[in-house]
Design a protein around this ligand. Structure first.
Ligand SMILES: Nc1ncnc2c1ncn2[C@@H]1O[C@H](COP(=O)(O)OP(=O)(O)OP(=O)(O)O)[C@@H](O)[C@H]1O
Ligand SMILES: Nc1nc2c(c(=O)[nH]1)N=C(CO)CN2
Length: 345
């Protein structure tokens, strides 16, 4: 039997029985194997005749970064259930190499094989899910009925510009996120007292069907993929993505009175320090000039908040945009100027 195999897919999630697993999160790896006859696709070279492994990867990452389960059995079951929308049978392995086992071990994993028609949705025990904490789902994938959010990006290690662009490309690829606006890239002096290189900062607006925790999970997964480590608070990093503000479907994203408020161990909304950080406010103002924030209990425009921010002097807008991380390949070969012509010189 032919098969499509995707192995070692990595994402950051918060699954586990222990409180610290729910709070801190950890990396999960997924292997997917889809059996099937690949001969038609192989001969005809048409994606329509096979299963798109990219779609399977998006489904698996959405589950890993989404609402937490206690068990990796449930994670595997839910990945299989979602992938069966795209294939008739699948084997899913979920690895949890940093599981809290107080002994040296290489890996722990579960493997399930499921077929279309034979699987069912995974249920969570009533009252334990974060959905019960008043955290509404964002509605349709994107558009009219969706939630909206502001994300702030920062980086000052490695290749910061590439990291920011790669992050935006990853957000754009997510099936339940649409990036509706992206700022220029800003060069900013580091804030927080740690001696380190200047940052590149930017902001994006998104429409999303994800809950705030799911959106945070996606952001943290993208940070993991950029090799983000958490060593020094407010220290240098290859990539940081903060969830600044989230407005449920129908709520006005620019209006601080209508934003969602949360105080969970791993998510504060609005972001508690955003309104005093020009490195967040300046890129945000570029893409949301009418947005207001709360400063000292009163709603003020972003320009005023920037003027009051201690780091306002260290912000410089660059000419760089968050355009594609990898340039799109040309659809047809670029026309070559005729030898000896004006263009060829
Ligand atoms: N609105 C939020 N956006 C992003 N992370 C948040 C938010 N609220 C709480 N957190 C939690 O904060 C923790 C630390 O996040 P992170 O390492 O990005 O902080 P930081 O960027 O160093 O500092 P700061 O939060 O001041 O920007 C994460 O584990 C995350 O779960
Ligand atoms: N200029 C600048 N300074 C920071 C930044 C940042 O993104 N830009 N992020 C921090 C923690 O999130 C701490 N300090």
């Amino acid at each position: 039997m032919d098969r499509i195999r995707l192995t070692g897919l990595r994402a950051f999630g918060h699954h586990g029985v222990f409180d610290h697993e729910r709070t801190d999160g950890q990396e999960f790896l997924v292997d997917l194997e889809v059996p099937g006859d690949l001969s038609t696709a192989g001969r005809g070279d048409a994606l329509a005749d096979t299963v798109d492994y990219g779609v399977l990867a998006e489904e698996a990452v959405a589950v890993i970064t989404g609402e937490p389960f206690d068990l990796i059995e449930s994670v595997a079951e839910e990945i299989a259930r979602r992938c069966l929308a795209h294939c008739a049978q699948i084997t899913v392995t979920v690895h949890k190499p940093q599981a809290p086992i107080p002994h040296a071990f290489a890996d722990v994993s579960v493997t399930v094989t499921r077929s279309r028609g034979a699987s069912s949705a995974v249920s969570r025990p009533a009252g334990t899910g974060e959905a019960q904490a008043g955290i509404a789902r964002g509605g349709d994938a994107a558009g009219e009925g969706s939630a909206r959010a502001v994300l702030a990006l920062g980086a000052n290690l490695g290749e910061p510009l590439t990291a920011l662009r790669t992050a935006v490309a990853a957000l754009e690829r997510h099936p339940h996120i649409t990036v509706t606006a992206a700022s220029h890239v800003y060069r900013t002096a580091p804030v927080g007292g740690v001696e380190q290189p200047d940052f590149l900062n930017a902001a994006v607006l998104v429409d999303t069907a994800l809950t705030p925790l799911e959106l945070l999970g996606v952001a943290q997964g993208i940070e993991v993929a950029a090799h983000r480590t958490r060593d020094v608070r407010w220290g240098p990093r290859t990539l940081d993505i903060d969830l600044i503000r989230y407005a449920a479907p129908g709520a006005e994203l620019d209006d601080p009175a209508q934003q969602m408020r949360l105080a969970l161990p791993r998510l504060d909304l609005p972001h508690p320090r955003a309104a005093e950080r020009a490195f967040v406010l300046a890129p945000w103002e570029e893409i949301a000039p009418h947005a207001r924030v709360e400063v000292a209990g009163a709603a003020v425009g972003l320009a005023e908040a920037i003027a009051r921010a201690a780091d306002a002097g260290g912000i410089e807008r660059t000419a760089d945009t968050l355009g594609p991380a990898v340039p799109e390949p040309p659809t047809s070969p670029a026309p070559q100027p005729a030898p000896g012509s004006e263009e060829a010189r």
